[in-house]
Design a protein around this ligand. Structure first.
Ligand SMILES: NC(=O)C1=CN([C@@H]2O[C@H](COP(=O)(O)OP(=O)(O)OC[C@H]3O[C@@H](n4cnc5c(N)ncnc54)[C@H](O)[C@@H]3O)[C@@H](O)[C@H]2O)C=CC1
Ligand SMILES: O=C(O)CCC(=O)C(=O)O
Length: 536
């Protein structure tokens, strides 16, 4: 039985014990929990033998960690944000990265809403004052939420939950999210703004609920904050860096921004001299949005299940760097996926060198399916020879092709051609290309065309493709040479363009002929080309 090492890595932020126990209960898993992995070097050492690493936000899975973890197959994030994982590098290494969207949505929305209420009623300051023995009621006059305008930036799961609560408090909700449809905005009864400046300029409160990306970094910078109404209050329970913390500190000091409630920071934890920590009218929490029993149990169990299923059965759920494959889909597309890889492997052995494009075209029943993974399989099969079979997989195949300058496209049409299902793979540059087509006969895969010529071969063993003048005696000549070298022909398929033109002979062989035999075949008068194609 294969053994898998699972590292649950953190910096004092463990995942739920139920999730850990679920993994420990699996006999083939060896589970290590290490919560002292703040430093990269410590993380590198702890990861060396891991097949899976599970983290929250405390531990970082950097390129160095990914390089050290030679056996690594999967990184699981017990939570939403994956900015502590180097996703492009994980993809390049062929490591699947999964998260658990949804498990902490309500907890985070409630926390952000709680922050907004604390901010508007100065709860932390009033609390500190009472503890300090004071009774300063006039210093802590707050503001109602009722009838105020709230701008929700990022109207995904958490933004939506926040907006619903705000509406229940009588707030007018304006939303900015370039990926939100007008229909959905209407359904949620929020005013959708196309322009970020328009969304924030009249807001009394702004709350942010989107990932940190190059596009969203410093979305609230000094210029945009100055555009807002004087006294605007800002809540960030998504990611540090969405707001420019230094600009926010400056505008809080000036009084242009009336208050801020933050769960996340550009630097976590913020150092003692962090400007924001000294700014007035602020409420801070130490990245607690998802820190509830319910959310942690939910994401801890989810990620444990996902990692377990991936290691044991190859199931991919909630991956951020490859399409999802649940067990049902995996069973459905399994045969197509395997055939796709074989077609890729085949065409790599007859395609022109330095190909610039690889196209996968589906028609008929296959044209109605989600074939994303099958196409990745074709690409993987194609790249195995030049890159090495252990270096390319379904996750990094697209990136690897890009690095080689190979343009990868797929097309689908639901109409059948002469076959009810057809996968056609074209590889080449300009007009110089090789084309292989495959279909299924009674559920069994068949190679049905090579370079537009009709053939029929079961994709197994070794295939020998010979192009020769169409004239008598050619097949006898091949058979004699192969027989002399004890190479048995299991199957043969013939086709020609016109009588006396060029013929294509596709032989399925029981063993792979040595190179010397191929050279002998090439010397037969009338033979134009000989390709020996191994399918495994
Ligand atoms: N403080 C905490 O403990 C937690 C923080 N988070 C953070 O909250 C964020 C949101 O989480 P979910 O709502 O679950 O994610 P989600 O994926 O459901 O929503 C994100 C939304 O942001 C929108 N978006 C993307 N780019 C945008 C842009 N340039 N401008 C405006 N909107 C944009 C997307 O269209 C999407 O609707 C996550 O990125 C995560 O980092 C999540 C959970 C806990
Ligand atoms: O693990 C945590 O508590 C952080 C949660 C978070 O930030 C996220 O899910 O994006």
């Amino acid at each position: 039985m294969a053994k898998f090492n699972i590292l649950i890595a953190g910096n004092n932020d463990p995942i739920s014990s139920i999730g850990i126990d679920l993994l420990k209960a699996e006999p083939s898993f060896d589970v290590t929990v290490n919560m002292n992995l703040k430093a990269e070097d410590a993380m590198v050492e702890a990861s060396r033998e891991a097949h899976a690493i599970i983290v929250r936000s405390g531990a970082k899975v950097t390129a160095k960690v990914l390089d050290a973890a030679k056996n690594l197959k999967v990184v699981g994030r017990a939570g939403v944000g994956v900015d502590n994982i180097d996703i492009p590098y994980a993809s390049k290494r062929g490591v699947v990265v999964m998260n658990t969207p949804g498990g902490n949505t309500v907890s985070t929305a409630e926390h952000a809403f709680g922050l907004m209420m604390s901010l508007s009623r100065k709860v932390p300051q009033a609390h500190a004052s009472v503890i300090g023995g004071k009774w300063e009621r006039k210093n802590f006059q707050g503001a109602e939420l009722n009838k105020k305008t709230l701008a929700v930036l990022g109207m995904g799961r958490i933004g939506t939950e926040f907006a619903k609560r705000a509406q229940a408090f009588g707030m007018t909700v304006v939303a900015y999210d370039p990926y939100l449809s007008a229909n959905r905005a209407e359904m949620l009864k929020v005013e959708l703004r196309d322009n970020l400046d328009d969304a924030v300029k009249d807001a009394d409160f702004i709350t942010m609920h989107m990932p940190l990306t190059p596009e969203t970094k410093h979305m609230l910078n000094e210029t945009r904050l100055r555009l807002c109404k004087k006294g605007v209050r800002v809540i960030n329970c998504a990611r540090g860096g969405l707001v420019d913390d230094n600009a926010l500190a400056k505008l809080l000091e000036e009084g242009h921004v009336g208050g801020a409630a933050l769960d996340v920071y550009e630097v976590e934890p913020p150092p003692a001299d962090y400007a924001l920590l000294k700014a007035p009218n602020v409420v801070f929490t130490p990245h607690l949005g998802a820190s509830t029993e319910e959310a942690q149990e939910s994401v801890g169990i989810e990620i444990a299940e996902q990692v377990k299923e991936n290691l044991l059965h190859g199931t991919v759920v909630n991956a951020v760097n490859m399409p999802n494959v649940d067990p049902k889909t995996l069973a459905e597309i399994g045969p197509f996926l395997r055939f796709g890889e074989i077609l890729g492997r085949l065409i790599s052995q007859i395609a022109p060198q330095r190909a610039e494009f690889l196209r996968v075209n589906y028609s008929g029943n296959l044209g109605k399916m989600d074939t994303t993974l099958v196409s990745r399989g074709v690409l993987k099969g194609y790249l195995e020879r030049p890159i090495g079979a252990d270096q390319v997989n379904l996750i990094n195949a697209v990136g690897t092709a890009e690095n080689l300058g190979l343009r990868f496209t797929e097309s689908r049409v639901p109409e059948p051609t002469e076959f009810s299902d057809l996968i056609e793979v074209e590889v080449g540059s300009g007009e110089n290309k090789a084309v292989i087509s495959g279909s299924f006969f009674g559920g069994d895969p068949r190679i049905v065309k090579i370079n537009g010529r009709r053939v029929e071969a079961t994709p197994e063993g070794t295939l020998l493709l010979l192009e020769n003048d169409d004239r008598p005696g050619m097949i006898g000549a091949y058979g004699t040479i192969l027989g002399k070298h004890q190479v048995n022909i299991a199957n043969m398929s013939l086709s020609r363009n016109v009588e006396g033109g060029t013929a294509l002979t596709l032989l399925t062989l029981d063993s792979t002929p040595p190179q010397a035999v191929i050279q002998e075949l090439e010397k037969i008068p009338g033979v134009k080309r000989v390709y020996c194609m191994e399918l495994e």
